[in-house]
Design a protein around this ligand. Structure first.
Ligand code: PLP
Length: 394
């Protein structure tokens, strides 16, 4: 065959998507599989948002907008930052992108030269290391210890810094762990970044999904110095159940945003215009649906958490945000005769007919990720199947 670029031969396919594809294929064969691999809310987009996008198209808004996003949407994002975090941004400090994922991709392309290092706390979202590598950068992993709620300490961050360190990725609430950094923890990590002149990339996509009275704090709201050294990544995918609309954004230093916008102007151009109108309605309309969806996730979490931790060989820290459980199943795997959690997860799919994502793809070999973006009925049945599988094989 044709020889393809080395940059793609180094790519690891997304483990999340692989499991979902396998589960779908089994379902197509008529096998009764319960999928807990989903990385997206299971609700439809609120109707008002869909209607606003539809109306905008009927009104003729079907053309290009500026590559970095249309002015009214930037303004809505600016007002959202002001209201939620008390952060003040100017339009030239915001870029609207085709999803938060593409905001991150574009940012790494703009930021990194060959060999530049990006510190990524593990467990991490699967796309961070791949995107860093696509920009010829080097991912440097720092282990968030399970006994420290999978969070890294300022000492660990300091130790990972070298003269080549360019940026540090913070993802709170976290996919896959559901953990949230407190203001005090952010202050200390922020001090280390300020001291060493390291850019903070703060992925706040799960901001609105917080539970048990937990609070989301953006590291950028701690001080003007930290704001100046942070690029915030966010979007409407998870908050407004708009994953398919592909609208995200980055907010930060005007020079970085300008370069990102120039790059977008030669790659995607603007994110689709109807989706921008949808996102505009999402931010300027009634926020009640956001809170309703949050409550639905929280009540599911509370309904199944005890059932999960009562399973033999399974331990789990209660998530504070996002919509994932990240239990440690190392013991359960051993008890049932599997050397690795990967093999255990494969057996769960084949025999128990429950699709979960093995933690190895997130940099955590002892854990699996269960998404609770599915019905309570499905969740309870899936946990029953996992418990039965362990009982009959131990
Ligand atoms: N960041 C994290 C941590 C995510 O989990 C996801 C989606 O799974 C994204 C970013 C990407 O979001 P979007 O759908 O807006 O590209």
């Amino acid at each position: 065959g044709m020889e393809l670029a080395t940059r793609v031969s180094a790519l690891t396919p997304s483990s999340t998507l692989a499991i979902t594809a396998k589960a779908k294929a089994m379902k197509a064969e008529g096998i009764d599989v319960i999928g807990l691999g989903a990385g997206e809310p299971d609700f439809n987009t609120p109707k008002e948002i869909i209607e606003a996008a539809y109306q905008s198209m009927l009104d003729g808004q079907t053309k290009y907008t500026p590559a970095g996003g249309m002015a009214p949407l930037k303004q809505a994002v600016i007002e959202k930052f002001q209201k939620d975090q008390g952060l003040v941004f100017k339009p030239n400090e915001i870029i609207i992108t085709s999803g938060a994922k593409h905001a991150l991709y574009t940012l790494f392309q703009v930021l990194l030269n060959e060999g530049d290092e990006v510190i990524i706390p593990a467990p991490y979202w699967v796309s961070y290391p791949e995107q860093v590598k696509l920009a010829e950068g080097k991912p440097v992993f720092v282990d968030g210890k399970e006994e420290n709620e999978f969070k890294i300490t300022p000492e660990q961050l300091k130790e990972a810094i070298t003269p080549r360190t360019k940026a540090f990725i913070l993802n709170s609430p976290s996919n896959p762990t559901g953990m949230i950094y407190t203001r005090e923890e952010l202050e200390k990590l922020g001090d280390v970044c300020l001291e060493h002149g390291i850019l903070i990339i703060s992925d706040e996509i799960y901001e609105k999904l917080v539970y048990g009275g937990s609070k989301h704090v953006s590291i950028a709201e701690i001080s003007p110095e930290l704001k100046a050294q942070t690029v915030i990544i966010n979007g409407v995918s998870k908050s407004h159940s708009m994953t398919g609309w592909r609208i995200g954004y980055a907010a930060g230093n005007a020079e970085i945003i300008k370069e990102m916008t120039d790059l977008a102007s030669h790659s995607t151009s603007n994110p689709t215009t109807p989706s921008q109108y949808g996102a505009l309605a999402a931010y300027t309309g009634d926020q009640a649906p956001v809170e309703e969806m949050r409550q639905a996730f929280e009540s599911r979490l509370n309904a199944v958490f005890d059932q999960l931790v009562q399973i033999d060989g399974v331990t789990c820290i209660k998530p504070q945000g996002a919509f994932y459980l990240f239990p440690n199943v190392k013991k359960a795997a051993k008890m049932t005769g599997y050397d690795t959690v990967d093999a255990f997860a494969a057996a769960l799919l084949e025999e128990a007919r429950v699709a979960v994502v093995p933690g190895s793809g997130f940099g955590a070999e002892d854990n699996i990720r269960l998404s609770y973006a599915t019905s309570l009925e499905n969740l309870q049945e899936a946990l029953k199947r996992i418990a039965n599988f362990i009982e009959t094989h131990k």
